[in-house]
Write a protein that binds this ligand. Structure first.
Ligand code: SF4
Ligand code: SF4
Length: 156
């Protein structure tokens, strides 16, 4: 798998950043919305979204997927598929649904929504870990090239 493939692009990337949920010509600020208002998360018929993969859904401009929060992050997780055992721990524990997994196979990180909290690294059980934190500006190829070796068990 190439580094580009690890950064699976979601459909929402096409319109993310176009609308910010703040006061403007066409949109109300979050504190101006009338109580009981409904902001649709999807365009058109949303009856099938539960059966669609994230990149297949038609997100509305009010869905959090259309906004990137990547600028919040100062460190990022890097995924090394050569060590991963597809246990799905990271997918279960990520608080921002930013682990991309399809058919129980770990694919990579959604860098538009990952906030760099490091939880995925903490719960990864492999030796060495299949996810490690690097500076936000680290080149992915350089990060993978510097991956640590397997740690040997200490003799007791
Ligand atoms: S660093 Fe945090 S937000 Fe990003 S993928 Fe890992 S658990 Fe999710
Ligand atoms: S926790 Fe680690 S080994 Fe398990 S799926 Fe995630 S990256 Fe792979």
């Amino acid at each position: 798998m190439s580094i580009e493939q690890q950064d699976l692009k979601l459909k929402a990337n096409e319109n993310r950043g176009l609308f910010q949920l703040e006061a403007g010509e066409d949109l109300l600020g979050w504190d101006e919305v009338t109580q009981g208002s409904v902001l649709p998360s999807f365009e058109g018929d949303a009856s099938k979204v539960a059966f669609q993969k994230a990149e297949e859904r038609e997100y509305s401009n009010y869905n959090s997927y259309t906004a990137t929060v990547a600028s919040w992050r100062v460190i990022k997780p890097v995924f090394n598929i050569d060590v991963c055992i597809d246990c799905q721990n990271c997918w279960v524990w990520c608080p921002d649904s930013s682990i991309l997994s399809r058919d129980k196979q770990m694919l990579g990180i959604d860098y538009d929504h990952c906030k760099g909290c490091e939880v995925c690294v903490e719960v990864c059980p492999t030796n060495p870990k299949s996810l490690l934190m690097f500076s936000e500006y680290e080149d992915l190829g350089d990060a993978l090239a510097s991956w640590p070796e397997k740690k040997k068990k200490e003799k007791k």
